[in-house]
Design a protein around this ligand. Structure first.
Ligand code: SAH
Length: 400
């Protein structure tokens, strides 16, 4: 029990229901009053309207999510030891993944019982995103335990990766050059200072490995090198996987020249024939149409667009965009060819995404089988009581 927690957050009548299901967020609209004048990030006892204790949470006075729960156990003592234990356990749960890659997510917010904390590891560099007052208030103890649990001493902050805010060295040295990492036998460079997110799309690790396998499978069944297209390629990680699997030509498209600049570096780093990898700085929506107009065909296509729907209001427009790219991709796909198609919009669930892609299949006139549903790697889990944490979903389709 947290004897020191004087502050209290009292909910409006009926607003305790989501907490009874152990959902960790408390919206401002659910709060009746706050007593004890807690500072940002300070521990508060959350109570139902009738005074019943519900949870320990970190107060966030300026956020629509007014508090994020640390624990639903009244006996839990939320202190430095408690936070350090959560960090240690998060790192320990990923111990086996290190065998496959040294680019991995060590802490994933709610799914690791540390709401608002993201920690990615690239070789010996840690990159953190501190996205809630609760973790910001406990920054030093979290960093101490992270360094201890991981054995790393360099920590870089990329807290609002989307807006470019809050970046810089928190511990150790400045990461000056893109960091070399390995993933299932492939090598990549990650620019943690300027790259997207914390520098790399770690969440696609398993799907890139699948891309290697699919290229191999098609090379064997077609008895020739398959031709591949990687749309929204970023720094070309899927392109490298496809080439490694035996794709004879890989066309990669992205609108970011900075991201594409690492593509040829990756080809060289992996000993691949640079001439077989073609990098195009273009808009995918336009380029897919242009490819169609020139009657190009591919055996393997990867579609991994950015988040088209940032919230529920954007779902309809996003659905049209997903359908458009999938329809155009399907028209470029050879019979027997495979499409790996993804959405990382949390607002679009797996069922809806499947429906959208099915609509594109119908309009394309091509019969397709769904071979698998795809998702992020094991270092990006989802807390069962916090389904909002699910975002990356994909489908593996084969044209019949
Ligand atoms: N598959 C990649 C990650 C893709 S992230 C990997 O495994 O590393 C999405 C990418 O889409 C980003 O690199 C972004 O620059 C690019 N992008 C966003 N909108 C685009 C558009 N309209 N046309 C082309 N690229 C776009």
């Amino acid at each position: 029990m947290n004897k020191g927690a004087a502050a209290e957050l009292r909910l409006k009548p009926g607003k305790e229901r989501s907490l009874a299901r152990r959902h960790p967020w408390i919206y401002a609209t659910a709060v009746a009053r706050v007593s004890g004048s807690p500072a940002a990030g300070e521990l508060v006892a959350v109570r139902a309207a009738d005074g019943r204790w519900l949870a320990w949470a970190a107060y966030a006075p300026d956020s629509l999510i007014r508090a994020r729960c640390w624990s639903f156990d009244e006996q839990a003592q939320i202190d430095c030891d408690w936070l350090a234990a959560r960090v240690r356990e998060s790192v320990a749960r990923r111990a086996r993944l290190v065998e496959h890659s040294n680019a991995l997510r060590l802490v994933y917010g709610e799914a690791d019982l540390l709401p608002g904390l993201i920690v990615d590891r690239y070789a010996d560099q840690l990159v953190v995103q501190l996205q809630s007052p609760g973790v910001k208030a406990h920054r030093e103890v979290l960093l101490d335990s992270l360094c201890q649990a991981s054995g790393c001493s360099d920590v870089y902050e990329r807290s609002a990766a989307e807006t470019g805010d809050a970046r810089g060295v928190l511990r150790g040295r400045e990461p000056t050059a893109p960091i070399r990492v390995h993933e299932h036998g492939l090598a990549f460079r990650v620019d943690v200072r300027r790259g997207h997110k914390t520098g790399f799309y770690i969440d696609q690790r398993d799907n890139r490995r699948l891309a290697v396998e699919l290229a191999r499978e098609l090379a064997a069944s077609l008895k020739r090198a398959p031709r591949a297209l990687n749309a929204f390629c970023y720094t070309g990680a899927f392109s490298i996987a496809l080439a490694r699997g035996g794709a004879g030509e890989v066309i990669s498209i992205d609108s970011s020249a900075d991201a594409l600049a690492l593509g040829p570096t990756h080809a060289e780093l992996n000993g691949l024939n640079a001439a077989s990898l073609k990098w195009r700085c273009a808009d995918v929506f336009e380029e897919l149409r242009a490819l169609r107009d020139t009657a190009e065909r591919f055996d393997l296509i990867v579609l991994d667009p950015p988040k088209f729907a940032a919230n529920h209001h954007q779902v309809e427009r996003a659905a049209r965009a997903y359908k458009d790219i999938n329809w155009n991709a399907l028209r470029l796909l050879q019979p027997g060819g495979v499409l790996m198609t993804f959405s990382c919009s949390g607002a679009i669930g797996v069922e809806l995404f499947q429906k959208i892609v099915a609509g594109a299949v119908i309009d394309s006139g091509a019969d397709c089988a769904m071979r698998a549903r795809l998702g992020p790697g094991a270092d990006h889990p989802m807390l069962m009581t916090h389904p909002e944490g699910e975002y990356l979903k994909g489908l593996l389709l084969q044209r019949l």
